[in-house]
Design a protein around this ligand. Structure first.
Ligand code: ATP
Ligand code: MG
Length: 229
């Protein structure tokens, strides 16, 4: 069965699509069978990923119109894709809704990107509400991580946000994601930063490698052990 990873935050513009696309290609480049479901009707990640060359990530955008139909469609897709892939990644939309709740309840791992500002921290309880319900009902699943995006290692506000975020009782990824032009430009250029090889590109890539190794790396080992059993 696949590991299902969703990117959720009821706040928009925090990096859900950016991280979903990069994780999908990063896993593919590690030899994993990957599907990405775009559950946001803006279809940022589906459009982006369909423009990226040389991958066999299965990309599916939800088609249904109403939220209850979309959540059913998502549930069926995750079930169908789980039996033929190693990872199913779900990029959700930037506000609360049934489809986002369905993504959380079907996930093994939920990643909650946020920007390092108080304005991103205040509404985080909203984003965590379905996660907490699911964790109580499913013995702690999804494993959930906050990810500080668009920051820097010397950002004092990020340090303060990290300190405050600890009070939510949800782990925060050790790896912060810097605000970089290389990341911002990747969408329009239809590339993924994890494949860049020049000096500046490599340092941008290394940061995402580190983040994904930290959060998702242990699940790759699980998958490989399962194959060898
Ligand atoms: N670390 C970063 N450095 C620079 N630009 C970034 C970074 N992370 C995301 N961006 C840019 O910020 C914008 C918003 O990111 P993204 O579309 O991934 O957010 P989202 O959470 O999916 O938004 P929505 O809720 O609208 O779907 C995009 O233009 C993206 O390229
Ligand atoms: Mg998005």
């Amino acid at each position: 069965m696949a590991t299902v990873v969703s990117f959720v935050n009821t706040k928009g513009g925090v990096g859900k699509s950016f991280l979903s696309v990069h994780l999908a290609v990063w896993l593919f480049d590690k030899g994993q069978r990957v599907a990405l479901i775009d559950a946001d009707d803006q279809q940022t990640s589906a459009r982006w990923l369909l423009g990226v060359a040389d991958h066999a990530v299965e990309v599916i955008a939800l088609k249904a119109v109403s939220e209850d139909q979309r959540s059913n469609e998502l549930r069926h897709l995750i079930n169908a894709l789980s039996s033929k892939t190693d990872f199913v990644i779900v990029d959700t939309k930037g506000n609360a809704g049934l489809s986002t709740s369905a993504a959380v309840i079907k996930s093994d791992v939920a990643c909650v990107p946020l920007q390092a500002s108080a304005a991103d921290l205040w509404p985080i309880e909203n984003a965590l509400s379905t996660i907490r319900l699911s964790q109580e009902a499913r013995a702690g699943l999804p494993q959930t991580y906050l990810i500080l995006n668009q920051t820097s290692d010397t950002d004092v506000v990020a340090r303060e946000v990290r300190r405050q975020a600890e009070t939510f009782g949800v782990p925060i990824a050790q790896t912060n994601v810097k605000r970089l032009h290389a990341y911002r430009n990747a969408t329009g250029l239809r590339i993924v930063v994890t494949r860049l090889n020049d000096r500046i590109g490599r340092s941008a890539a290394n940061r995402l490698d580190k983040l994904f190794d930290e959060l998702i790396g242990p699940h790759i080992a699980d998958t490989q052990e399962a194959i060898h059993e």
